[in-house]
Design a protein around this ligand. Structure first.
Ligand SMILES: [Zn+2]
Length: 112
């Protein structure tokens, strides 16, 4: 059994300005990393945790959850898949960001 990340989020509020954050063109963004094949890991069919990436924003407009673009996008709507190393990297990049408006957080762990 090993403990791995089940869900982590990185939020980026660098461009967010109070009062303008919902529709004034200054948005906050978040990126969620979600373990997507927990059952396979448990069953031993997979050995490396992989994560599905989902983008979101606090803006009033919808953003594409696959590529993070606001408004219409022409991506092929396939979720990005990343390794656990990449999730740790994103979390430490957020921690080390000088502005203080970027945060990384592990929301859930799971034993597999
Ligand atoms: Zn897209």
């Amino acid at each position: 059994m090993s403990k791995i990340i089940k869900k982590a989020v990185v939020s980026d509020y660098r461009d967010s300005i109070a009062g303008k954050s919902s529709n004034g063109g200054c948005y906050g963004y978040w990126t969620v990393y979600r373990l997507f094949h927990e059952d396979e890991l448990r069953a031993g069919l997979e050995t490396r945790p992989q994560y599905e990436v989902e983008y979101g924003t606090i803006a009033d407009f919808d953003c594409c959850k696959y590529c993070g673009k606001i408004g219409s996008c022409i991506c092929d709507r396939i979720p990005q898949i990343v390794t656990e190393e990449r999730v740790f990297e994103a979390l430490s990049e957020a921690e080390e960001h000088p502005s203080g408006d970027v945060h990384g957080e592990i929301l859930e762990y799971v034993e597999v």
